[in-house]
Design a protein around this ligand. Sequence first.
Ligand SMILES: [Zn+2]
Length: 137
Amino acid sequence: MSTYFCPTTLWNFFYKNQIYKAVHELSIVLSVVDAAAQVAHENQAERIDAIELEIGALSGVELDALEFAWSEGIKRSILAQAEKKFTLIPGKAECSDCGLSFPVTTLYDPCPICNSYFVQVTEGRELKIKSITLEAV
Ligand SMILES: [Zn+2]
């Protein structure tokens, strides 16, 4: 498998231009590129046509930064031509005391009914590749 792709150059570019804000997102993009390359390799595909990511609202990823890191990070990679879709998953939690399921915007929101802090986040932390579409052969 050939790699045209130089993460070191990319990191230098991000640091030199002081895009610290997107450094976390860049590391995510690079691991997505790795995972996609692995899938393509296993299936003897040379290109990926589409990729869909699910991004939890509580995952700590900033969407703007991710968009920027994505456009830089996929250059000359197997994902360069891929159509991408980011699906945002809203935060959701369940109260351990009263059992209520409710939307949350942070990891530390209390239960809106009983004010308990014993709540478990059930959705919105995920950050994953939902689907990869390989080149049509
Ligand atoms: Zn409750």
